[in-house]
Design a binder for this molecule. Structure first.
Ligand code: ACO
Ligand code: LMR
Length: 271
């Protein structure tokens, strides 16, 4: 019989060979005619499924909620400085995106991983806090530079309210809120932050949608949840770059009086 030549690539995302490109098996015409939301398109392309409305709305809500948080945060700041150095839109956007990581915006998968792990191991919130401290790991999804118990993060309130009214269950969120009680008793700014809230709610969503434990492991390990921040925040970073270009802002140089210069004569070593 015929022997099929082995292919160099496998693709399970989309297929553009026909008249209509398929997004995870759904023709683009259907996506447009049935007015799929961005959350539903992400469901098709990233999660390979048609999500229920409450879940695709949640994803879309996350994108809107993380779209921007002002000019002073790492991502926007880097992009603004880059744009003011005369670089193009894509370079400036990428320089902003490169700041997304474990401390800023990229704690979502980590939060999902640790809260899920401790909850699934039937550990208490106290055990989670103590064991993470003993391991010398800051809990991803806990803590914020400016938001605190006294200055709550509206974004987190919006997410919690949505989940409490629309999700079938929120057991990982509930666990994270127990952890938050302990961390905020220590310091007011150790709240469940927007990354943490998205992380635990994603796990609640995936569980309620019937994803298996192995599938959830894979989704988290692949960085899918941080990708929500990357995609959403790109909207805001692009806005800051366009803003600087519109304003024709010149080269930025950081003021000397904001740097503590501590240059010392070199140590003489050897000889
Ligand atoms: N878990 C446990 N303890 C914490 C955490 C945490 N996540 N964050 C801070 N602490 C403790 C520190 O151990 C320290 O305790 P000590 O005084 O006993 O030494 C104290 O709080 C102060 O720590 P700092 O790092 O100075 O806190 P800061 O307010 O500057 O940090 C930050 C804020 C960077 C967000 C930090 O809390 C953190 O790294 N959190 C985890 C990562 C995370 O979730 N990032 C996403 C933030 S939201 C976003 O970017 C969209
Ligand atoms: C953000 O969304 O960029 C933040 O929560 C970080 C910050 O310091 O505001």
């Amino acid at each position: 019989g015929t022997v099929r030549r082995p292919t160099n690539f496998i693709c399970t995302v989309s297929d553009e060979r026909g008249e209509d490109v398929l997004y995870g098996g759904v023709p683009l015409t259907e996506v447009i005619e049935k007015n799929y939301s961005l959350g539903e398109v992400i469901g098709l392309l990233w999660l390979k499924c048609k999500l229920p409305k409450w879940a695709s709305n949640f994803i879309e809500m996350c994108l809107k909620i993380v779209a921007d948080h002002g000019p002073c945060v790492s991502g926007a700041h880097n992009a603004i400085v880059t744009a003011r150095a005369g670089k193009d839109l894509i370079s400036s956007l990428v320089s902003g995106l490169l700041t997304i990581g474990p401390r800023f915006g990229g704690a979502i998968d980590g939060a999902a991983y640790y809260f899920r792990k401790f909850y699934n191991e039937n550990k208490t919130s106290r055990q989670m806090v103590d064991e993470m401290k003993a391991a010398g790991i800051l809990i991803p999804g806990i803590g914020h530079r400016i938001k605190s118990v006294r200055n709550p993060d509206k974004r987190v309130e919006l997410l919690k309210n949505y989940a409490k009214t629309q999700f079938p269950q929120t057991r990982y969120l509930n666990f994270a809120l127990e952890v938050e009680k302990i961390t905020t008793a220590k310091r007011g700014n150790l709240i469940l932050n927007v990354d943490g809230c998205i992380g635990v709610l994603f796990v609640d969503m995936l569980n309620s949608c019937g994803f298996s434990s192995e599938e959830i492991d894979e989704i988290i390990e692949a960085g899918t949840l941080n990708a929500i921040f990357v995609l959403g925040r790109s909207m805001g970073i692009i806005a800051h770059v366009l803003d600087q270009k519109r304003l024709k802002s010149g080269l930025y140089r950081h003021p000397w009086d904001d740097v503590l210069f501590r240059v010392e004569p070199p140590k003489v070593i050897g000889g």
